[in-house]
Write a protein that binds this ligand. Sequence first.
Ligand SMILES: [Fe+2]
Ligand SMILES: [Fe+2]
Length: 165
Amino acid sequence: MSLQTLQDLFIHEIKDLYSAEKQLTEALPKMVEAASNPQLKQAFEAHLEETTSQLERVHHLLHRFEVNPGSTKCDAMEGLIAEGAEVIKEKAPASVKDAALIAAAQRVEHYEISGYGTARAFAETLGHADAAKVLDEILNEESAANEKLNVLALNTVNPAARTAK
Ligand SMILES: [Fe+2]
Ligand SMILES: [Fe+2]
């Protein structure tokens, strides 16, 4: 990777996000399957659809800047997904497992929120208004996904896990 300019760094961030979203489209179906609470299953399913569309939009952005996704791999997302996979393998009461799945998923959302926030800021500084708008849209979706998981955890999954044996 050659980072000489803010534009280079911006493109690097977008490639990283592309890799993160791509890995997620492969990991989320396993989260859907592992979840027991129907609302949680549905939340993961809905975010899988959203993630597929985000991947397309990020790909489109790279295309617009005439860049190929290349082989940039988001190591952080790989690690977060590996932690999620460990939770999936774990033998635990359904609601405890659901709480653990939410914890893993929220780490992912926070990572994405951070990544899109940074990329949006770079786009704004560089005067890429259209790109900033797309990144802002995705950032809002990630925040909403995180909030949905928060509400599910606090109102439903955590209280159920508390009494699980
Ligand atoms: Fe995403
Ligand atoms: Fe997300």
